[in-house]
Design a protein around this ligand. Structure first.
Ligand SMILES: N[C@@H](CCC(=O)N[C@@H](CS)C(=O)NCC(=O)O)C(=O)O
Length: 216
C-alpha cells in the first residue's frame, strides 16, 4: 500500500480528477486509486468518508486529506519543488495565473464541450462565448511560451502542473475537433501522446457507465 491515495471519478468524464492523476503519473509516484461512480446513488456513500463536500479528486497522504485539483497540484509542487512549476519567480507567478484562470473560468467551454474520452471525434456548433474561451486559451498557451525553460514541448518548456491543468481542455479540443492555430494544434497532439494521457484515455474507453448529461 502506498502513502498516497487518489480518490477519482469516472475516467471517461472526470476532468478535475484527470488533472491530479496525470501529474502523479507524470512524476512517477506510486499511489493507490479509489474510483467513485459519479452521478450514481452510490456516490454520496463512497464520498462520505472524506471532507471534500462530495467532490473528486481527493488526495490522501498519510493522515492528511487534500481536496480540489489545484490544491493537490500545488501540494505536489511543494513536496517536489524541482518539478511542478517553472524555476524563475516571474515564470512561476505567470504559471499560477494560467492555472487559476483555468480553475475559475471557461464556463462556456466546460458546459458545451464536456470531457468525454470515448466520444468519436466530430465538431459541434459553438456559441460565441465558447469561441471566446477557445481564443483566450490559445492566447494563454502562446503567452506561456515567453517564459519557457528547458525543452519547448510544453507550455512553460518543461512539463509542469500547468500542462496537467489544461489536459482536459486538450481532450475536449481533440474530441470536438476544435479548429486551432498551428502551435495549439501541435501542443494538443504532443499532450495526447504523453504516456500518462494514453493510459488514462485507454482506461476511460474501457469504462461502460454513461452519464447522459455529459454526452453531446
Ligand atoms: N473545484 C473542484 C471541482 C471538483 C468537481 O466538481 N469534481 C466533479 C467531478 S469532475 C465532481 O466531483 N462532481 C460530483 C458532484 O458535483 O456531484 C476541483 O478543482 O477539484
Amino acid at each position: 500500500m502506498s502513502d498516497f491515495t487518489l480518490v477519482i471519478g469516472n475516467k471517461n468524464y472526470s476532468s478535475w480528477s484527470l488533472r491530479a492523476w496525470l501529474w502523479m503519473k507524470h512524476i512517477g509516484l506510486d499511489f493507490d486509486e479509489v474510483p467513485v461512480a459519479l452521478d450514481t446513488e452510490a456516490m454520496a456513500g463512497q464520498l462520505e468518508p472524506y471532507f471534500s463536500n462530495e467532490k473528486v479528486p481527493v488526495l490522501l497522504h498519510n493522515d492528511l486529506e487534500i481536496w480540489d485539483s489545484l490544491a493537490i497540484l500545488e501540494y505536489f509542487a511543494d513536496l517536489f519543488p524541482e518539478q511542478g512549476l517553472p524555476g524563475a519567480s516571474g515564470a512561476r507567478a505567470v504559471a499560477r495565473s494560467i492555472c487559476t484562470e483555468m480553475h475559475s473560468s471557461f464556463v462556456a467551454l466546460r458546459n458545451e464541450l464536456p470531457m468525454n474520452c470515448r466520444r468519436e471525434p466530430s465538431p459541434l456548433l459553438l456559441s460565441d462565448a465558447c469561441i471566446a474561451d477557445i481564443d483566450r486559451i490559445q492566447a494563454l498557451w502562446h503567452y506561456a511560451g515567453k517564459f519557457s525553460e528547458g525543452d519547448d514541448d510544453w507550455l512553460f518548456g518543461n512539463f509542469s502542473i500547468v500542462d496537467a491543468m489544461y489536459a482536459p481542455v486538450v481532450l475536449r479540443f481533440h474530441r470536438y475537433q476544435v479548429v486551432l492555430n498551428e502551435c495549439a494544434y501541435g501542443y494538443v497532439n504532443r499532450l495526447l501522446d504523453h504516456p500518462a494521457m494514453i493510459e488514462w484515455v485507454a482506461a476511460a474507453r474501457a469504462e461502460t457507465a454513461i452519464i447522459l448529461q455529459e454526452e453531446r
